[in-house]
Design a protein around this ligand. Structure first.
Ligand code: SF4
Length: 333
Protein backbone atom coordinates (compact mmCIF):
# COMPACT_ATOMS: atom_id res chain seq x y z
CA UNK A 1 0.00 0.00 0.00
CA UNK A 2 1.35 3.43 -0.95
CA UNK A 3 2.45 5.55 1.99
CA UNK A 4 1.42 9.14 1.31
CA UNK A 5 2.93 10.62 4.43
CA UNK A 6 5.25 13.56 3.88
CA UNK A 7 8.98 13.34 4.47
CA UNK A 8 10.05 14.90 7.76
CA UNK A 9 13.79 14.27 7.52
CA UNK A 10 15.91 13.66 4.45
CA UNK A 11 19.45 12.44 4.99
CA UNK A 12 21.65 12.92 1.92
CA UNK A 13 25.10 11.37 1.48
CA UNK A 14 25.90 11.74 5.15
CA UNK A 15 29.48 10.94 6.12
CA UNK A 16 31.02 11.10 9.59
CA UNK A 17 34.76 10.66 9.68
CA UNK A 18 36.80 10.65 12.89
CA UNK A 19 40.51 11.30 13.00
CA UNK A 20 42.54 9.31 15.49
CA UNK A 21 45.92 10.23 16.97
CA UNK A 22 48.95 10.07 14.67
CA UNK A 23 51.25 7.20 15.51
CA UNK A 24 55.03 6.98 15.34
CA UNK A 25 56.37 7.32 11.74
CA UNK A 26 52.89 7.89 10.34
CA UNK A 27 52.67 10.87 7.96
CA UNK A 28 49.03 11.69 8.49
CA UNK A 29 46.43 10.97 11.12
CA UNK A 30 44.50 7.76 10.42
CA UNK A 31 40.77 8.30 10.01
CA UNK A 32 37.68 6.18 10.44
CA UNK A 33 34.48 6.61 8.43
CA UNK A 34 31.89 5.68 11.05
CA UNK A 35 29.10 6.66 8.62
CA UNK A 36 29.87 6.44 4.90
CA UNK A 37 27.73 8.27 2.34
CA UNK A 38 24.36 7.25 3.80
CA UNK A 39 21.07 8.52 2.31
CA UNK A 40 17.45 7.87 3.37
CA UNK A 41 14.24 9.73 4.22
CA UNK A 42 12.02 9.45 7.30
CA UNK A 43 8.28 10.12 6.93
CA UNK A 44 6.15 12.10 9.34
CA UNK A 45 4.63 9.89 12.06
CA UNK A 46 6.52 6.73 11.11
CA UNK A 47 9.12 4.70 12.96
CA UNK A 48 12.27 4.23 10.92
CA UNK A 49 14.38 1.41 12.35
CA UNK A 50 18.15 1.25 12.04
CA UNK A 51 19.80 -2.12 12.69
CA UNK A 52 23.23 -3.64 12.48
CA UNK A 53 25.94 -5.11 14.68
CA UNK A 54 27.75 -2.97 17.27
CA UNK A 55 30.08 -0.49 15.59
CA UNK A 56 28.10 -0.36 12.31
CA UNK A 57 27.57 3.41 12.68
CA UNK A 58 23.88 3.51 13.62
CA UNK A 59 24.39 5.41 16.91
CA UNK A 60 26.82 7.84 15.23
CA UNK A 61 24.18 8.47 12.57
CA UNK A 62 21.55 9.18 15.28
CA UNK A 63 23.91 11.60 17.01
CA UNK A 64 24.52 13.42 13.72
CA UNK A 65 20.75 13.87 13.25
CA UNK A 66 20.38 15.56 16.65
CA UNK A 67 23.65 17.42 15.98
CA UNK A 68 25.55 16.02 18.93
CA UNK A 69 28.14 15.32 16.21
CA UNK A 70 28.91 17.52 13.22
CA UNK A 71 29.06 15.33 10.09
CA UNK A 72 32.07 15.62 7.80
CA UNK A 73 29.93 15.76 4.67
CA UNK A 74 26.34 15.48 3.47
CA UNK A 75 23.03 17.15 4.17
CA UNK A 76 20.34 16.79 6.82
CA UNK A 77 17.13 18.40 5.56
CA UNK A 78 14.29 18.84 8.09
CA UNK A 79 10.72 19.72 7.15
CA UNK A 80 9.87 22.45 9.67
CA UNK A 81 6.11 22.87 9.16
CA UNK A 82 6.43 22.94 5.39
CA UNK A 83 9.72 24.85 5.25
CA UNK A 84 12.79 22.75 4.46
CA UNK A 85 15.80 23.60 6.60
CA UNK A 86 19.33 22.27 6.34
CA UNK A 87 20.17 21.22 9.90
CA UNK A 88 23.86 21.66 9.17
CA UNK A 89 23.50 25.22 7.94
CA UNK A 90 21.26 27.00 10.44
CA UNK A 91 21.46 30.45 11.91
CA UNK A 92 21.88 30.55 15.68
CA UNK A 93 18.23 31.29 16.46
CA UNK A 94 16.94 28.66 13.98
CA UNK A 95 19.30 26.11 15.48
CA UNK A 96 17.98 26.90 18.96
CA UNK A 97 14.34 26.62 17.78
CA UNK A 98 14.93 23.28 16.07
CA UNK A 99 16.85 21.79 18.98
CA UNK A 100 13.66 21.10 20.93
CA UNK A 101 11.98 19.51 17.88
CA UNK A 102 14.63 16.79 17.65
CA UNK A 103 15.15 14.89 20.87
CA UNK A 104 17.15 11.79 21.77
CA UNK A 105 16.56 9.01 24.30
CA UNK A 106 19.77 7.20 25.19
CA UNK A 107 20.39 3.56 25.96
CA UNK A 108 21.45 4.04 29.56
CA UNK A 109 18.69 5.58 31.69
CA UNK A 110 21.08 5.62 34.68
CA UNK A 111 23.60 7.92 32.98
CA UNK A 112 20.97 10.11 31.30
CA UNK A 113 19.69 11.72 34.51
CA UNK A 114 21.76 13.83 36.89
CA UNK A 115 21.61 12.03 40.27
CA UNK A 116 21.75 15.36 42.12
CA UNK A 117 18.67 16.81 40.43
CA UNK A 118 15.07 15.95 41.17
CA UNK A 119 12.93 15.02 38.17
CA UNK A 120 11.32 18.47 38.44
CA UNK A 121 14.72 20.19 38.19
CA UNK A 122 15.80 17.93 35.32
CA UNK A 123 12.66 18.76 33.33
CA UNK A 124 12.33 22.40 34.30
CA UNK A 125 15.67 23.68 33.05
CA UNK A 126 15.27 22.82 29.33
CA UNK A 127 11.63 23.95 29.51
CA UNK A 128 12.70 27.37 30.83
CA UNK A 129 15.43 27.65 28.21
CA UNK A 130 13.01 26.88 25.38
CA UNK A 131 10.14 28.92 26.82
CA UNK A 132 7.82 25.92 27.23
CA UNK A 133 5.10 26.77 29.75
CA UNK A 134 6.17 30.43 29.87
CA UNK A 135 7.61 32.12 32.96
CA UNK A 136 5.07 30.59 35.34
CA UNK A 137 6.66 27.75 37.31
CA UNK A 138 3.24 26.32 38.24
CA UNK A 139 2.30 26.13 34.53
CA UNK A 140 5.55 24.25 33.82
CA UNK A 141 4.85 21.90 36.74
CA UNK A 142 1.44 21.15 35.26
CA UNK A 143 3.07 20.21 31.93
CA UNK A 144 5.62 18.03 33.74
CA UNK A 145 2.80 16.28 35.63
CA UNK A 146 1.01 15.66 32.31
CA UNK A 147 4.17 14.25 30.71
CA UNK A 148 4.74 11.90 33.67
CA UNK A 149 1.11 10.77 33.52
CA UNK A 150 1.48 10.06 29.79
CA UNK A 151 4.28 7.59 30.56
CA UNK A 152 2.21 5.96 33.34
CA UNK A 153 4.07 7.53 36.26
CA UNK A 154 2.56 9.44 39.18
CA UNK A 155 2.75 13.24 38.85
CA UNK A 156 4.23 13.61 42.35
CA UNK A 157 7.26 11.54 41.25
CA UNK A 158 8.62 14.88 39.99
CA UNK A 159 9.82 15.60 43.54
CA UNK A 160 11.94 12.43 43.69
CA UNK A 161 15.56 11.79 42.71
CA UNK A 162 16.61 9.36 39.92
CA UNK A 163 18.00 6.76 42.38
CA UNK A 164 14.48 6.22 43.71
CA UNK A 165 13.35 4.63 40.43
CA UNK A 166 13.87 1.29 38.69
CA UNK A 167 15.59 1.11 35.27
CA UNK A 168 12.26 0.85 33.43
CA UNK A 169 10.81 3.83 35.32
CA UNK A 170 13.94 5.89 34.61
CA UNK A 171 13.68 5.17 30.91
CA UNK A 172 10.02 6.24 30.98
CA UNK A 173 11.17 9.44 32.73
CA UNK A 174 13.70 10.01 29.91
CA UNK A 175 10.89 9.57 27.35
CA UNK A 176 8.72 12.05 29.32
CA UNK A 177 11.65 14.50 29.47
CA UNK A 178 11.89 14.39 25.68
CA UNK A 179 8.09 14.70 25.31
CA UNK A 180 7.78 17.75 27.48
CA UNK A 181 9.69 19.77 24.85
CA UNK A 182 6.99 18.84 22.29
CA UNK A 183 9.39 17.27 19.76
CA UNK A 184 8.52 16.29 16.18
CA UNK A 185 11.08 13.50 16.14
CA UNK A 186 12.74 11.38 18.82
CA UNK A 187 15.90 9.40 18.13
CA UNK A 188 15.65 6.30 20.31
CA UNK A 189 19.15 4.89 20.69
CA UNK A 190 18.84 1.31 21.97
CA UNK A 191 16.17 2.48 24.46
CA UNK A 192 15.34 -0.99 25.81
CA UNK A 193 18.63 -2.87 25.62
CA UNK A 194 19.67 -1.94 29.18
CA UNK A 195 16.30 -3.07 30.60
CA UNK A 196 15.07 -6.43 31.86
CA UNK A 197 13.17 -8.39 29.23
CA UNK A 198 10.03 -8.18 31.38
CA UNK A 199 9.90 -4.39 31.16
CA UNK A 200 11.09 -4.03 27.56
CA UNK A 201 7.64 -4.82 26.13
CA UNK A 202 5.97 -2.30 28.45
CA UNK A 203 8.22 0.50 27.21
CA UNK A 204 7.87 -0.47 23.54
CA UNK A 205 4.06 -0.56 23.82
CA UNK A 206 4.10 2.78 25.61
CA UNK A 207 6.21 4.34 22.85
CA UNK A 208 3.80 3.03 20.21
CA UNK A 209 0.85 4.46 22.15
CA UNK A 210 2.56 7.86 22.42
CA UNK A 211 3.20 7.83 18.69
CA UNK A 212 -0.49 7.15 17.98
CA UNK A 213 -1.60 9.90 20.39
CA UNK A 214 0.95 12.58 19.55
CA UNK A 215 2.01 11.73 15.98
CA UNK A 216 5.70 11.70 16.90
CA UNK A 217 8.24 10.34 14.42
CA UNK A 218 10.86 7.93 15.73
CA UNK A 219 14.23 6.81 14.47
CA UNK A 220 14.57 3.57 16.39
CA UNK A 221 18.14 2.28 16.70
CA UNK A 222 18.73 -1.25 18.00
CA UNK A 223 20.72 -4.39 17.39
CA UNK A 224 17.83 -6.69 18.39
CA UNK A 225 15.98 -7.43 15.15
CA UNK A 226 12.78 -8.69 16.74
CA UNK A 227 12.49 -5.42 18.71
CA UNK A 228 13.12 -3.34 15.57
CA UNK A 229 10.58 -5.36 13.58
CA UNK A 230 7.95 -4.84 16.28
CA UNK A 231 8.49 -1.09 16.36
CA UNK A 232 9.29 -0.07 12.80
CA UNK A 233 7.37 0.82 9.63
CA UNK A 234 10.56 0.79 7.56
CA UNK A 235 14.03 -0.49 8.36
CA UNK A 236 17.53 0.36 7.20
CA UNK A 237 20.27 -2.24 7.71
CA UNK A 238 23.77 -0.87 8.29
CA UNK A 239 27.11 -2.59 7.94
CA UNK A 240 30.48 -0.96 8.58
CA UNK A 241 29.05 2.56 8.23
CA UNK A 242 27.11 1.80 5.03
CA UNK A 243 23.38 1.34 4.40
CA UNK A 244 23.18 -2.07 2.73
CA UNK A 245 19.41 -2.67 2.62
CA UNK A 246 16.30 -0.55 3.19
CA UNK A 247 12.68 -1.68 2.93
CA UNK A 248 9.28 -1.80 4.66
CA UNK A 249 9.56 -3.82 7.86
CA UNK A 250 7.34 -6.70 6.64
CA UNK A 251 9.01 -6.80 3.24
CA UNK A 252 12.46 -6.90 4.84
CA UNK A 253 11.56 -9.71 7.23
CA UNK A 254 9.68 -11.79 4.65
CA UNK A 255 12.04 -11.18 1.77
CA UNK A 256 15.55 -10.25 2.97
CA UNK A 257 17.83 -9.89 -0.06
CA UNK A 258 21.25 -8.77 1.15
CA UNK A 259 23.36 -11.73 2.40
CA UNK A 260 24.12 -9.74 5.60
CA UNK A 261 20.41 -9.16 6.33
CA UNK A 262 19.72 -12.85 5.64
CA UNK A 263 22.35 -13.81 8.20
CA UNK A 264 21.04 -11.34 10.80
CA UNK A 265 17.46 -12.55 10.38
CA UNK A 266 18.45 -16.19 10.53
CA UNK A 267 19.58 -15.56 14.11
CA UNK A 268 16.15 -14.25 15.24
CA UNK A 269 14.36 -16.94 17.30
CA UNK A 270 10.99 -18.17 15.94
CA UNK A 271 8.22 -18.29 18.60
CA UNK A 272 6.87 -21.65 17.36
CA UNK A 273 7.53 -24.96 19.10
CA UNK A 274 9.79 -27.29 17.06
CA UNK A 275 10.01 -24.74 14.21
CA UNK A 276 13.12 -25.38 12.12
CA UNK A 277 15.17 -22.48 10.91
CA UNK A 278 18.52 -22.65 9.23
CA UNK A 279 20.98 -20.38 10.97
CA UNK A 280 23.55 -18.64 8.78
CA UNK A 281 26.77 -18.30 10.74
CA UNK A 282 28.89 -15.37 9.64
CA UNK A 283 32.57 -16.20 9.47
CA UNK A 284 35.10 -13.83 11.02
CA UNK A 285 34.72 -10.52 12.77
CA UNK A 286 33.53 -7.20 11.45
CA UNK A 287 36.62 -5.69 9.72
CA UNK A 288 38.26 -2.65 11.30
CA UNK A 289 36.67 0.57 10.01
CA UNK A 290 40.20 2.04 10.04
CA UNK A 291 41.13 -0.39 7.31
CA UNK A 292 37.86 -1.25 5.51
CA UNK A 293 37.88 -3.93 2.79
CA UNK A 294 37.99 -2.88 -0.86
CA UNK A 295 34.81 -3.20 -2.93
CA UNK A 296 31.78 -4.44 -1.02
CA UNK A 297 32.45 -3.90 2.71
CA UNK A 298 30.80 -7.25 3.47
CA UNK A 299 32.83 -9.32 0.97
CA UNK A 300 35.32 -10.92 3.44
CA UNK A 301 32.38 -12.53 5.29
CA UNK A 302 30.00 -13.16 2.40
CA UNK A 303 29.40 -16.73 1.25
CA UNK A 304 28.13 -15.42 -2.13
CA UNK A 305 31.15 -13.20 -2.83
CA UNK A 306 32.08 -12.85 -6.52
CA UNK A 307 35.21 -11.39 -8.09
CA UNK A 308 33.55 -8.02 -8.75
CA UNK A 309 32.62 -7.75 -5.04
CA UNK A 310 36.30 -7.43 -4.11
CA UNK A 311 36.85 -4.53 -6.47
CA UNK A 312 33.67 -2.48 -6.85
CA UNK A 313 31.52 -1.15 -4.07
CA UNK A 314 27.83 -1.75 -4.92
CA UNK A 315 25.56 1.31 -4.80
CA UNK A 316 22.24 1.26 -2.94
CA UNK A 317 19.65 0.66 -5.69
CA UNK A 318 15.90 0.18 -5.70
CA UNK A 319 14.87 -3.32 -6.81
CA UNK A 320 11.11 -3.42 -6.34
CA UNK A 321 8.40 -2.39 -3.83
CA UNK A 322 10.50 0.41 -2.37
CA UNK A 323 13.12 -2.22 -1.54
CA UNK A 324 16.67 -0.83 -1.78
CA UNK A 325 19.76 -3.00 -1.72
CA UNK A 326 23.52 -2.55 -2.13
CA UNK A 327 24.71 -5.85 -3.55
CA UNK A 328 26.14 -6.95 -6.92
CA UNK A 329 23.83 -9.99 -6.90
CA UNK A 330 20.94 -7.68 -7.76
CA UNK A 331 22.63 -5.27 -10.14
CA UNK A 332 20.65 -6.60 -13.12
CA UNK A 333 17.26 -6.14 -11.40
FE1 SF4 B 1 28.13 -10.49 -0.99
FE2 SF4 B 1 29.03 -9.43 -3.25
FE3 SF4 B 1 26.60 -8.85 -2.40
FE4 SF4 B 1 28.72 -7.92 -1.14
S1 SF4 B 1 28.11 -7.43 -3.19
S2 SF4 B 1 26.92 -8.81 -0.21
S3 SF4 B 1 30.13 -9.62 -1.31
S4 SF4 B 1 27.34 -10.85 -3.03
Amino acid sequence: MADNRKDLLVVENLTMEFESAKRFLEKKKPSVKAVNDVSFAVKEGETFGLVGESGCGKTTLGKCVVRLLKPTAGKLMFNDDGEWKDLLDLKKQESFELRKKLQIVFQDPYAALNPQHTILEAFDEPMRVHGIGGKDKEARKKLIAEALTRVNLQPDYMYRYPHEFSGGQRQRICVAKALVLQPKMIICDEPVSALDVSVQAQLLNLMKKLQRELGITYIFIAHDLSVVQYMSDRIGVMYLGNMVELADADELYNNPMHPYTEALLSAVPVPVVNAKKERIILEGDVPSPMNPPSGCPFHPRCSKCMEICKQEKPALRETDQQHFIACHLYNGK
